[in-house]
Design a protein. Structure first.
Length: 194
């Protein structure tokens, strides 16, 4: 697998590290549609999109391992259910970067048995239909815009076609707080970030 260079960004001059969910790889080939306590992934997804939960404040950071012997330098995640939700939210431009905790491969030996990816971590299958979003796809932007009464904000369809470097060269912004119906969206460049 070709090596990729990934940026580990620090926002607001703190010690926390943030990454785009789309830059992270799944360590597992499949996940359950519920968390350990029985809560559906879709419930957490809705809480975040409604603005009732902030993944950078109310949810523990995702553990990232970047020194796997077979995938040197690629950031693999232990916490695939959270990553799945975050990637779906990033596709909708609801979140930008999430807090990660960098860990060594050796320190995660108790979780290595869960490293089951069959496609180099590019995607994951959700086993329980109850936790999936729209048959394994998130609803479109207009569904959530209408449901949660977002103002007439423009969703940039080109955002995911732009290179990450275009976003990474912009000044740091506070992407820890989410935009709700009563606030204006922050913008890192020509695309709108919510």
């Amino acid at each position: 697998m070709p090596s990729k260079k990934h940026r580990y960004n620090k926002l607001n001059n703190d010690d926390d590290i943030y990454m785009y969910p789309s830059e992270l790889y799944f360590s597992q080939d499949s996940i359950l549609g519920t968390f350990k306590g029985g809560k559906l992934l879709g419930q957490t997804f809705n809480e975040i999109i409604e603005g009732n939960r902030n993944p950078n404040k109310h949810i523990p950071p995702i553990t990232v391992v970047k020194d796997h012997p077979d995938y040197e330098g690629l950031p693999f995640v232990f916490g695939c259910r959270r990553l799945y939700i975050y990637q779906e939210l990033e596709k909708l431009d609801v979140i930008r970067k999430v807090k990660v905790e960098i860990s060594s491969y050796d320190s995660q030996q108790h979780r290595i048995k869960n490293f089951t990816t069959k496609n180099d971590g590019v995607s994951v299958e959700v086993k329980s239909y109850a936790g999936q979003f729209n048959k394994n796809h998130a609803h479109g932007w207009n569904f959530y815009k209408n449901r949660y009464h977002f103002r007439d904000w423009e969703k940039s369809a080109d955002r995911h076609k732009q290179s990450r470097s275009q976003h990474n060269n912009q000044p740091d912004t506070d992407s820890q707080d989410f935009t709700t119906a009563n606030e204006e969206p922050e913008s890192c460049c020509q695309c709108t970030i919510m």
